[in-house]
Ligand binder design. Structure first.
Ligand code: ADP
Length: 612
């Protein structure tokens, strides 16, 4: 249960902490300096006034030549001093608060940008996903804490130095008590912090499973299937298992954390602070008579503040260590290199359609034991209508992802217009494609933004309406209260429009049509699988008709819908086993012909059943 967690040398932890501060400093140096100065000046001011005032006040009172006027001046001076410090405090707070929000906003944006530019392969990788989840969920807190801890550290260290000077000038022995307490505190808090961090990491990893199950139960797209099946049984089991494991982990760490806390509390507070210090001061003042009442008050105050500040230094060290451990992940995350996203090319993408050529291409997913695609050869000519068919898991979707350069090939090559696709800028190359996937998404944005997939531009309205007409969404568009500007989904707008499955699909298909002027290749990865065969056939005909001169690549299970393609490629276990026109493949009487006859028979039976 208790897996080995990160162990980092102190140097690395400190270098990590410096990395976070440097990172924040580049964003808003003035804010960090301001917080630091405010903490040091304010903190030292309060502590010194507290101690020095107390000593002077009691000495004045116990002086036989006591003067009311002198004491009143002292009290007035202390009050003005406090008021100045408090005003300074409030001013700093109102200056730093909005700037801190701006800083954390910038950090979040940077994280989003980083994720957007991550290659798709990182989503397949657990380590990446874990690093991302932990980093994204803690970044804001960690940066804010790191900045404030720098200020706190400065304040505490300077206060301890100032008060230690004062204590040593009166009676150095008293300094031993807070120092001893500090040592015990450092050791026990370090253990507690490490245990808490390990607990957090383990809990997060386990809860990812529970959160998945929970998410599935709460999201509407799963609701129907859950109600109509028993999928909730394994999901609930997984949830319970995760909760049980979390309880186990909580017990394991909870007991250890409590024990160390107890050691800390008994030694530092009960024994040293509340027992030893008053005894010693009483002895020195009443028995030895070496110090006066003012000194007793000042030393008691000063040692209490030093103890608290040392304690606070300890907490700061603890948080710095936590930030240092966290930053290890953050650095790893920031150092993930994208090999595909946002790559600049050495070649201009062709302005006219070219030949898409695949040569002896193989592909293996990162960390997979075997190739998903093996020795694929293919040539697709401008304007061709090509169909990829085959059983589930044969490799068709992977293949189109490679064509669009969502992944890079492992062996061999894919070229377009005479150049390897890796020679083009990724964005420009992808822009030649229009695609609709089976799991297309509708976004919480306007209808127009959902079609164009960028922000609303007034000059594009005509194009969007035309595309929606071609995809069959025209009638529904007429019913939308704000036409193209109608908000889709209820994520942000209470009366946002929730499209039906078929309507959503039309909006997704309209993306292709809106892009057809600059689209060289349209890819349809079973977007119509939810439709009946006739509707799917009509949709495909519609696409062929409106796709302009673009090359069209279809993936479909239903061979009846792809039989009009210029060329059909049959995939099996990552290889192309047959290729040709429908007629050629039927004449070949191989796997395709068998699959086609089989589907035709079921389809016929279905028709008969309906008719009967
Ligand atoms: P098809 O589209 O023909 O149904 P896919 O291309 O989706 O086939 O899948 C081909 C094979 O690759 C399957 O065995 C699948 O499990 C595997 N696969 C798909 N996506 C990933 C991934 N992200 N990581 C590892 N293996 C994957």
């Amino acid at each position: 249960m208790h897996k080995e967690t990160e162990k980092l040398p102190l140097r690395r932890i400190l270098s990590n902490y410096a990395y976070i501060l440097r990172y924040a400093f580049q964003k808003d140096a003035a804010l960090i300096i301001m917080i630091f100065v405010a903490y040091v000046v304010g903190g030292v001011g309060y502590a010194s006034m507290d101690t020095i005032f107390m000593r002077a006040f009691i000495n004045f009172l116990s002086d036989p030549a006591y003067s009311f006027k002198q004491t009143a001046v002292l009290v007035a001076g202390a009050t003005i001093g406090m008021a100045v410090l408090m005003t300074f405090d409030r001013c700093t707070e109102s200056f730093t608060r909005p700037r801190m929000i701006r800083l954390t906003g910038m950090l979040q944006e940077e994280m989003i940008h980083k994720v957007v530019t991550m290659d798709l392969m990182y989503y397949d990788c657990d380590t990446y996903y874990d690093d991302f989840v932990v980093t994204a969920s803690q970044l804001e807190d960690m940066v804010v804490t790191a900045i404030y801890d720098l200020g706190r550290m400065g304040r505490n260290v300077v206060t301890v130095l100032v008060l230690s000077g004062l204590i040593t000038s009166i009676d150095p022995v008293i300094a031993l008590f807070p120092v001893l307490g500090f040592v015990v505190n450092v050791i026990s808090r370090f253990r507690i912090m490490k245990l808490e961090y390990d607990y957090d990491v383990e809990k997060k990893t386990i809860m990812r499973r529970a959160n998945y199950s929970k998410r599935v139960f709460y999201q509407p797209e799963y609701a129907k299937e859950i109600k109509l099946s028993h999928i909730e049984v394994p999901l609930e089991k997984q949830f319970h298992q995760a909760i049980d494991e979390t309880i186990g982990v909580a017990r394991y760490f909870g007991l250890r954390i409590s024990l160390w806390s107890l050691v800390n509390w008994i030694t530092v507070f009960t024994l040293l602070s509340y027992f030893c210090v008053p005894l010693y001061l009483g002895y020195m003042a009443l028995v030895v008579k070496k110090i006066g009442l003012g000194e007793v008050a000042a030393l008691n105050n000063a040692q209490g503040t030093v103890r608290n500040r040392l304690d606070a230094i300890n907490y700061c060290i603890e948080r710095i260590q936590r930030a240092g451990l966290f930053c290890e992940r953050f650095r790893k995350f920031m150092n993930y290199e994208s090999k595909i996203e946002k790559q600049q090319g050495t070649q201009q993408v062709p302005s006219e359609q070219g030949v898409l050529r695949v040569e002896d291409m193989s592909f293996r997913y990162d960390g997979a034991g075997k190739d998903t695609l093996k020795h694929i050869n293919m040539e697709i000519h401008p304007g061709e209508k090509v169909a990829f068919v085959g059983e589930n898991g044969a490799g068709k979707s992977t293949f189109v992802k490679l064509l669009m350069r969502l992944y890079d090939v492992t062996d061999g090559s894919i070229s377009y217009g005479g150049h390897d696709v890796r020679e083009y800028s990724t964005d420009e190359y992808r822009d030649l494609f229009g695609s609709v996937f089976q799991d297309y998404q509708i976004y919480a944005a306007s209808v127009q933004e959902n079609v164009m997939m960028h922000e609303d531009r007034e000059e594009e309205q005509k194009k969007v309406i035309e595309a929606l007409c071609q995809s069959g969404f025209w009638h529904r568009l007429q019913t939308l209260p704000e036409g193209l500007q109608t908000a889709l989904t209820r994520e942000f707008v209470d009366d946002g429009i929730q499209l039906s499955g078929g309507e959503a699909q039309k909006v997704a298909i309209a993306r292709l049509f809106a892009k057809k002027e600059r689209m060289h290749i349209a890819i349809l990865d079973e977007p119509s699988s939810a439709l009946d065969p006739k509707a799917e056939y009509e949709l495909n005909q519609n696409i062929l008709h409106h796709a302009g001169g673009a090359t069209v690549i279809f993936i479909s299970h239903r061979l009846s819908t792809t039989k009009d393609a210029d060329r059909i490629y049959m995939f099996e276990h990552g290889e192309i086993i047959e290729q040709g026109t429908h007629q050629e493949l039927m004449n070949l009487d191989g796997q395709y012909a068998e699959m086609f006859r089989c589907q035709a028979k079921y389809y016929q039976q279905g028709q008969d059943l309906v008719a009967g």
